[in-house]
Write a protein that binds this ligand. Structure first.
Ligand SMILES: O=C(O)C(=O)C[C@]1(C(=O)O)C=C[C@@H](O)C=C1
Length: 401
């Protein structure tokens, strides 16, 4: 529909197109005075290249903009030839011939590029609803007939905004991969003080993998915080291309998002002070009324506890990053978490031990979580297959374990 804004926007756009065509008299005059040919193929390439670059910046497709500028240039040549023919027959009109100070071609050309940028910027805001009548009325030149203008109008109607059929295209085009990570889960995603500056830096297996994935896309990984309770809501916001944080591949998550193939298999296992480990070396022993079991909120650890723990006292700890300190300080007895985290923590703290080092109480696989975008998923899986087969996945795990 033609809203007043729309009519106004189109009006300005058609005026700019008309102005560009009107400039061709000045170009023709310069070339006439300097005995230069109308056509300059090299210059046309420059004009097209600049237009395509500007169009991309404005979110328009090169496929739309290129034919439009090609036709615009061919009409520009038609207009220049029209003047040259006239001047050849009748001589230059006196007003023109006496004009001593000619604009340099360079200046005129710079003006044309500016006009082109204006045309493209206006196209970007009014890509739909072009008005043929309005266009025909505004774009006028004695050298152009109806058909010339109709062809230009048709090309204008075909200038379209870029639409991505997959997030993959957007990532490649923008060169940014937005990665969601919790930053509270060793060895996958956690903060570590930099040895030089002391600044807390996000690190871990998933962080390294995210950087590798981004690199294959020619992109930079930009990390946006997320949280275990907020994981699915954050995913739903559309602001994240991928969640990478040692996420367990669970059906309740897959009901909303989409998981990649898994990159790690493990399961839940208990951890306690080493000197108490004999007290907690089975689920039966753990699930007793005098056991103080600690769990972080919102993740699969809490789900496991809700499902299997009936009698033990459960302490929900809000800060996943300080949860092991609670056990070390004697404020809690035991935690049930992913085996890989237990391995890391037991290595880090001599007083912490896996109470069932050879067992897992559940099976879970780690995978990356995305929105429902199968093309993007295929890319991630193809990349995963590559890092699995070339050994680089294993290297990353070894670096953080
Ligand atoms: O810059 C010029 O020499 C022009 O004539 C303008 C223009 C154009 O429309 O951009 C038209 C024809 C030439 O072949 C190259 C460029």
């Amino acid at each position: 529909a033609q809203t007043p804004d729309n009519v106004q926007g189109n009006n300005q756009l058609y005026q700019l197109i008309n102005t560009r065509l009107a400039q061709m008299q000045a170009v023709a005059l310069y070339k006439w005075q300097h005995q230069k040919p109308v056509e300059d193929i090299k210059r046309e390439q420059v004009v097209i290249e600049k237009s395509v670059a500007q169009a991309m910046e404005q979110g328009l497709t090169a496929e739309g903009i290129t034919p439009f500028f090609q036709i615009q240039i061919s009409l520009a040549k038609k207009i220049q030839n029209y003047y040259h023919k006239r001047w050849a027959k009748q001589g230059l009109p006196e007003s023109m011939g006496t004009e001593t100070e000619l604009l340099s071609l360079e200046k005129i050309r710079a003006g044309l590029i500016t006009l082109g940028a204006g045309i493209i910027a206006h196209m970007a805001v009014s890509t739909e609803d072009h008005d043929f009548e309005q266009f025909m009325q505004i774009v006028r030149h004695p050298a152009l007939n109806m058909k010339d203008k109709a062809v230009l109008f048709q090309a204008l109607s075909r200038v379209k905004p870029v639409s991505y059929s997959s997030r993959l295209d957007r990532i490649v085009a923008e060169k940014i991969l937005y990665v969601g990570s919790t930053g509270d889960y060793q060895p996958f995603s956690y903060y570590q003080a930099d040895t030089d500056s002391g600044e807390k830096i996000l690190t871990g297996i998933d962080i390294a993998l995210a950087c590798d994935l981004a690199k294959t896309l020619g992109a930079t990984a930009v990390f946006i915080p997320t949280s275990w309770p907020g994981l699915l809501t954050d995913l739903g916001s559309g602001n994240y291309d991928i969640m990478m944080s040692g996420i367990s591949k669970k059906l309740f998550r897959q009901q909303l998002g989409l998981f990649s193939d898994s990159y790690h298999q493990g399961g839940k296992t208990p951890v306690s002070l080493c000197r108490k480990k004999h007290l907690f070396d089975s689920l039966e022993k753990i699930d007793r009324p005098d056991t103080r079991l600690i769990v972080n909120r919102g993740g699969t650890n809490q789900r496991f506890v809700k499902e299997y723990i009936r009698q033990a006292q459960v302490f929900v700890h809000e800060d996943n990053a300080t949860i092991f300190e609670q056990i070390l300080a004697g404020k809690a007895d035991v935690m049930i978490t992913d085996k890989i985290e237990v391995v890391v923590q037991a290595k880090k703290h001599a007083d912490l031990c896996a109470t069932m080092p050879d067992d897992t109480l559940s099976y879970s696989a780690k995978a990356f979580l995305i929105n429902r975008d199968l093309i993007w998923l295929e890319y991630i899986n193809a990349w995963l297959e590559q890092v699995k087969s070339d050994g680089s996945l294993k290297q990353v795990f070894n670096r953080y374990l």
